[in-house]
Design a protein around this ligand. Sequence first.
Ligand code: KG4
Length: 341
Amino acid sequence: MLILAIESSCDETAAAVTNGRHILSNIVATQIAEHRIYGGVVPEIASRRHTEAISQVCEQAVKEAGISYKDLDAVAVTFAPGLIGALLVGVNFAKGLAFSLGIPLIPVHHLRSHIAANYIENDSLNPEFLCLTVSGGNSLITKVADFTEFELLGGTKDDAAGECFDKTARALGLAYPGGVMLDKIATIPDFNKYPLPYPRLSGNELDFSFSGLKTAVINLIHNASQKKEEIDVPVLAATVRKRVCDMLIDNTFKAAEQFNYKTIALAGGVSANSELRNRFCEECKKRNIELFYPELKYCGDNAAMVGVQAFYEYKSGNIADSSLNALATLPIDYNRGEFYG
Ligand code: KG4
């Protein structure tokens, strides 16, 4: 089944042609250089750049797949969650294309597609498994009961892990997207030099909180600057990275134990983090748990993962009519009847 998938939820305009789990083309036009000037994504600029790039990106995806538009069986699009203006560009373009070609329109939840990035190179991975999804806007632990059935076990009470990395990196003077730079320059952590909190939450023990850690790092940097003390950036970066990884790893293994999972997958932009991957590998080996994570090029936003998830959404009857709208927020276990026909 040939699907043209479109992704425009944040600052990448992406299109891919997929056939089941197989990727025929994968085009990403990133806006990072432009947003870097402002230290983060400017939503209106993102929407405008998507509008400019989307036709060309889709054309290139179709061309590189060696097909033409009339060979397509369906059009898929990320419709939630994300920046609303950015999502609307993709949704409207996909609607028009599906309508003009007379083929189905498949709406895809952004976080479901991040999880599906794991299916691309891992033929043996099938639900049921446990997944830690960590990106710029989300941090959650889910049961992936089936390709389109999810149960949220834990999520962030405030900031996402990626947000914590990006904001602390910005305070350290690192360029956007800070998480990537922070991971590159981090050396050896030192909690004696930089004592950072490990938040304890009441309620669900699988939930996360990153805002306290983010504030502690920003305060530490401001205090040092007022006292004209120099920050050891690589050491502080490593200390922050370790603390974020501690929280993500502790809760994921708590969930694995509680629900007796022997398969864990990682997903989302932050799953590219080197410490997170290495420590998950070590811990999973020790506990005899099978670990999956996407290839680096499929960790960040891309449309290949949208096409793969769309294949399963289509198989379970998730098809939208022309009233499909974009949504800035939507839980991963949403009930589709409430949002599209
Ligand atoms: O999944 P993604 O590309 O976009 C969203 O859907 O949010 O994730 C972007 C996030 C950013 O916060 C970025 O700093 C973070 O992923 N990220 C990393 C690394 N690579 C990307 N964070 C830590 N270490 C990395 N190597």
